[in-house]
Structures are given as C-alpha cells and as structure tokens.
Design a protein around this ligand. Sequence first.
Ligand SMILES: Cc1cc2nc3c(=O)[nH]c(=O)nc-3n(C[C@H](O)[C@H](O)[C@H](O)COP(=O)(O)O)c2cc1C
Length: 412
Amino acid sequence: MSPPVALARPLTLPNGQVLPNRILKSAMSETLGTPTHAPSAALPVLYRRWARGGVGLSITGNVMIDWRALGEPGNVVVEDDRDLDALSAWAAAGASEGGAIWVQLNHPGKQSPSFLNKGTVAPSAVGFGPELARAFGVPRALEEAEIEDLIERFGRSAAVMKSAGFHGVQIHGAHGYLVSQFLSPHHNRRTDRWGGSLHNRARFCREVYAEIRRQVGPDFGVGIKINSADFQQGGFSEAESAEVIVGLAEAGIDLVEISGGTYEAPAMTGRSQKASTRAREGYFLSFVEGLRSSVKVPLAVTGGFRTAAGMEAAVQDGAADLVGLARTLAIQPDFPKQVLAGDDPTSLVRPLSTGVKAVDKVAMLDVTWFENQLARMGQGQEPDPDLGGWSSLARTIWAQGSQAFKIRRAKG
Ligand SMILES: Cc1cc2nc3c(=O)[nH]c(=O)nc-3n(C[C@H](O)[C@H](O)[C@H](O)COP(=O)(O)O)c2cc1C
C-alpha cells in the first residue's frame, strides 16, 4: 500500500495549534491514578509509548473535576494545582515526539457506581433501567448553585492543565455522563433554565465551554466529545446533536469528536447498533458526513476504525478531519506509525471471552482486558494482544482484589 496522503497532512485548529497528522488517540480511562487520585508514574511511561507510535493528538482518559464524583477507582482527579509536577511529567511525555496531548475532563453525574460515592447527582432524579439499577443508585437533582459550581470547576481544572503544559482539554460530553445527561430529554426533566427546550438543555454544555475558554484564553485547545445520538428511547437525537455542534462551533470550539451511546446503550463500542452499522468501518461516519455541510469546525470521528484504507477514506472524502482510535491502540501502539508508513497493519481487536458467558459479564472483560494492556504499557512492557480472558481476569483480581467484580462502567 502506498502511504496515505490525507491522514499524513498536518491540521491547523482554530486556536492556531498545528497537529502533525490526522490520527487521534481517543480517550481510554487508564485507571492509573494513585490511591489519592494523583497521576501515577505509569502515566508518562504509557503516553511516551503512544507518542513513539506516531499519534498526532493524544487525548487522555477521563480526568475527574470533582473529588466527590468518581467514575471508577483509579481515576485521576484535578481540582487544583497540588499535583502539578506529576501532571507536567504526563504532559511532557505525551508531547515527546512532536504530537499534541489534551486532557479529557469529566463529571460522571449518575454514571458513578454506588460503591464508590456517597450518592450521585444529575440534572434530574431519574434512575437506571433494571439491568444497571443495582450498581448505580438513583441520583439527586442538582441545585442551581451546584450547577454553577460545577461549571466553574471545569474551568479551574482546565486552567491547571494549561499550567501543566498540556495543549488542550476535551469536555466529555458523550456516553451518558453529566454533560450528556443535561443534553438528553430522557435524563434531564428540569423545568428551570437548565431543562426543557434544546436551548435550555444545552446551556450546561455551552457554559462549561465558555467558562473553560474564559479561564484558558484563545490559544489553548478546547474541544468536546459528543454523542451523535444516545441510542436510547427519548434520548438526545441526531438532529439535536447537529444543532448543539453548530452552536459550539459558532462559539469558537476547536475540535468536535463524534461518538455515541451511554452505559445503557453502549453504541460507542458497536453494541446497540444495527448489524449494517457495525459492519461499516466507522460507526458514526454517516452522521459526520451529514454534519459536514453545516460546520467548518474540525471534526473527529471515533469508533470501529480497523484498517488504514477505512481511516484514509474517512479523511480523504472530507467528512472527518481526524480519525480516532481507542482499542487498537491499547494493543498496537505503533498502529499510527505503520499506517502512515504505508504498511497495512491489521487491527487485532477481537471479541473477548473466557469461554463462559456469565463470567465474561461479571468480569467486564470488554473494559478490564484493555485496562490490563494499558497497565502493562505503563510498566514499560509491551501490550499482549494474545492475553487470554482467564489470564486477564486473574490479573484484574490481583490488582483490584474485591473491587474486581463490582460493576464500574460500560466502556466510554
Ligand atoms: C478501556 C476503555 C476505556 C475507555 N474510556 C473512555 C474515556 O475515559 N472517555 C471516553 O470518551 N471514551 C472512553 N472509551 C471509549 C473510546 O474512546 C472509544 O470511543 C471506543 O472504544 C470506540 O473506539 P474504538 O472502536 O477505536 O475502540 C473507552 C474505551 C475503552 C475500551
């Protein structure tokens, strides 16, 4: 295969930042925070490995903006500059080969397992369906002053990331977490200025963006990962998503990454989707193609890309400006370099199983198998694409003890 032309082209973002190529490492929660939720020494090791693999923009796994609201054990939390040195080491490692590194900022809202937090908050007190109700409690509706406080916290965390040397932040507005909950008419039943019309439901998202921009200035990268749709009855729709993206583009956002789904309908990994969509490389590509004529803002599309040809086509056709990869990079960190060199690497992402369905479900192999690969790289080892389901499970139990079987998250 000859080297891809479109993927190799640098991209200048609205804030003036230049990305060396069009391959984005999409966020994967590393769960490599210390017991006090600071970045551990494994994170710079992991991100240096990805930088060596040739990725143009690395987006970190979600970092929480509030100590009281964790998504998973092992999350990094950043509320102030107490861990600035560790954050600076992480930023420097991610940028060590000329690519950029942004931090994904998140608040889980109600998608926060009961065993981790003392109660959860959300736009409205809407619980989960029967499958997840045992692991995730019914949230309490946020009060106005709490909403204002959370907006300010997003800004403060972003400002710390800027001081640490990261090149930008990405708001996690996808996958059913707090920003996504505000956008959704199913999760957001408020009747005040934060709910009701799309304009009101999108207010939280708009204000988080505006506050971050106010605290970091015009030159720092600010982006969002947002759902094309929730894939849930009564949820955030494609038409609504397009309208919100147009608004954010007008407000000056630098990058919009498209994904989809929530814990209850995990479309981001290809589940909860029609077979025809799953079969097509790029689960959300048709949404991005439709969106392209409405916005000039750089668009990234993530989910399901597995070949150089599929990735090149998404950018060459002009629909997407960047292609995001997650699971492939957890086991093949050199995939971008190989693609850009004109090799034709095969993604080794495959369905995972211990061979016993019930065990697979409890073990959350879809998440833990990949976390184990990130942990290996964080220790300076190469990932092991052949790692078996049972070995992965043993490793998870070794690392997490009794917490290993507690439902923590879907993937996203
Ligand atoms: C272990 C794991 C952790 C993830 N953590 C995050 C996260 O923190 N934030 C996020 O936006 N997406 C997260 N994702 C979703 C990925 O970014 C991506 O959207 C999804 O895996 C589809 O892309 P892929 O087909 O290239 O894997 C995670 C995925 C995996 C496998």
